[in-house]
Design a protein around this ligand. Structure first.
Ligand code: 4NP
Length: 162
């Protein structure tokens, strides 16, 4: 059985997307879907290649029971071919993904993360990098909801057919 491959994308790959990856992995393993999914994250920029996530992201995640293991890496055009679902944290990331070579063929795989967050009408996960700790908790809650809804979407459309 081929795995469903999911990639979370933000700008730096040290705040939002590694957190989304860790929360989603936690939900996936809690529900026993571990062997059906491959999950990763990356950034559209080259600012933090090889870096561990932002300390504030890791501290906030731990307070919510989530441990993050990730090193920053930059999105490549090969990711568009490899992954099945590419989830952008905001519109700027979304546009940058679609500017990659050969992106036209893979547009159907690229979504805004919050298009799966049915609880309100916002469409972006705000960048917490230049703000205070409250912003990190807000991002945690948004990603907790959005990844939950995304997993439910996969359950309804793919996972229960396997
Ligand atoms: P992220 O946050 O895209 O959620 O990882 C940022 C991290 C670093 C920078 C910007 C946003 N930066 O400009 O270095």
């Amino acid at each position: 059985m081929t795995k469903i491959k999911v990639l979370f994308v933000c700008l730096g790959n040290i705040c939002r997307s590694p957190l989304a990856e860790a929360i989603f992995k936690h939900k996936v393993s809690q529900r026993g879907y571990h062997q059906f999914l491959e999950i990763d994250s990356c950034g559209t920029s080259n600012y933090h290649i090889g870096d561990t996530p932002d300390e504030r992201t890791m501290t906030n995640a731990l307070e919510n029971g989530i441990v993050i293991h990730h090193r920053g890496r930059q999105l490549q055009s090969a990711d568009l071919e490899y992954f099945d679902f590419i989830l952008a944290m905001d519109k700027s990331n979304h546009q940058n993904i679609l500017r990659l070579p050969k992106a036209d063929q893979h547009q159907h795989k690229v979504f805004l993360m919050r298009s799966f967050d049915a609880s309100d009408t916002h469409d972006e996960v705000p960048d917490p990098y230049y703000g205070g700790m409250r912003g990190f908790q807000e991002v945690f809650e948004i990603l907790d909801r959005s990844t939950e809804s995304f997993l439910q979407y996969l359950e309804q459309n793919y996972l229960n057919q396997k």
